[in-house]
Ligand binder design. Structure first.
Ligand SMILES: *[C@@H]1O[C@H](CO)[C@@H](O)[C@H](O)[C@H]1NC(C)=O
Ligand SMILES: *[C@@H]1O[C@H](CO)[C@@H](O)[C@H](O)[C@H]1NC(C)=O
Ligand SMILES: *[C@@H]1O[C@H](CO)[C@@H](O)[C@H](O)[C@H]1NC(C)=O
Length: 340
């Protein structure tokens, strides 16, 4: 975990890509893992293998080169690729995940991380394409579609929750084709950058788009834990945090962390679910900045299965025991669905 490398390469077509000169607070976001704050949903997942690969997945050949404006990133799959259609209970529009057989992330890990992304961000997701790492550590690319919105997110290697939130924020950023282009091109975001003296980390210095996505990772942590991760300070980037905090869906926890993807226009996933899972509602009222919970609570005597909604809320705020028990449940659910 200490060696976590967030090597992220992104599409920046048609958007300002000037490097930012604001000082980074940290080298990277590797000191915390949003998986500790974002438990998987308590419900089962409905997954079916697609008989045919969707075109965006079939297009990844052993020597595909993504458009040169993202640095000639090679998206290679020389093994078999499988595609899964995944329906989560907070949305009736299925998600498509394609996985190359040599990808580091197993299919159930991909479903697990996708499901943990708060619905207010996840509803913007394009097709997820998981491939083997091309550089040490995870990297990812989110591409915009021809008609706005994300067409696909490529994950190379073991993409952490921080990476997923980063990429889904790009999907959100692309989804609002306002007159100024992406949301990170809005004058309000430039003004926020001009009024601040720092950005989260060195990767945030890449440009206003990448900074927007990195600030989103910190803001999600803050909304769930009541304060920024250890080692990060608000003051020098308070305008960036304030700008994002006022934006949909960050400004409404009941939508961002809710149990319903049908909360507005412009998203690729917006069909209302049949059933609302009451446990999916996070309690983000804040308990003060909490230290990063221990990353391995497996086998800890303190762990108890969640038996009620109250317990679910409590455990989501206070620790990761629930998270561990639900990971197991989720994996079992996925396996039993897949085995059918
Ligand atoms: C991509 O490859 C082309 C051809 O090899 C090269 O001219 C171009 O500079 C590369 N672009 C980047 C961003 O590396
Ligand atoms: C969130 O911001 C949007 C504008 O982006 C606004 O329409 C909405 O009322 C805000 N919601 C809350 C709860 O403040
Ligand atoms: C959320 O947590 C706060 C503080 O722990 C508590 O006062 C509040 O009642 C909780 N809200 C819900 C909806 O459970």
């Amino acid at each position: 975990m200490l060696l976590l490398l967030l090597s992220l390469v992104e599409l920046a077509r048609c958007q300002a890509t000037t490097p930012l000169s604001l000082a980074p607070q940290q080298a990277d976001l590797g000191s915390f893992d949003l998986a500790n704050s974002l438990p998987p949903p308590a419900y089962s997942v409905h997954a079916t293998t697609l008989a045919q690969l969707p075109p965006e997945c079939a297009a990844v050949t052993p020597s595909t080169t993504l458009p040169s404006d993202i640095g000639n990133f090679s998206a290679s799959c020389s093994a078999e690729m499988t595609a899964l259609s995944v329906t989560l209970e907070d949305c009736d529009t299925p998600y498509i995940i394609c996985r190359c057989a040599d990808a580091e992330m197993a299919m159930d890990a991909l479903v697990d991380r996708l499901a943990r992304v708060p619905v207010g961000l996840r509803r913007y997701a394009g097709t997820v394409i998981a491939l083997a790492a091309t550089v040490p550590g995870p990297s990812a690319v989110t591409m915009s579609g021809a008609s706005g919105g994300a067409s696909a997110t490529f994950c190379f290697g073991d993409c952490t929750m921080n990476v997923w939130i980063h990429e889904m924020t790009h999907a959100l950023d692309m989804a609002d084709p306002g007159s100024a282009g992406w949301q990170s091109s809005a004058i309000g975001w430039s003004n926020a950058l001009a009024a601040d003296t720092c950005v989260p980390d060195t990767y945030s210095q890449t440009n206003a788009i990448e900074d927007f996505a990195q600030v989103s990772v910190l803001l999600i942590y803050k909304l769930l834990n009541g304060g920024l991760p250890p080692g990060f300070y608000e003051d020098c980037m308070k305008h960036q945090l304030a700008y994002l905090s006022a934006m949909t869906p960050y400004n409404d926890s009941s939508l961002l962390f809710g149990n319903d993807c049908s909360i507005g226009p412009l998203a690729t996933h917006s069909s209302p679910p049949d059933v609302l899972d009451p446990t999916r509602q996070f309690n983000s009222s804040g308990e003060g900045a909490a230290p990063d919970p221990p990353s391995k609570a497996l086998g800890s005597g303190a762990c108890r299965p969640a038996t009620s909604t109250t317990m679910v809320l409590f455990l989501q705020l206070g620790g990761n025991c629930l998270l561990v028990s639900n990971i197991n449940k989720l994996h079992l659910d996925i396996r039993s669905t897949l085995d059918k």
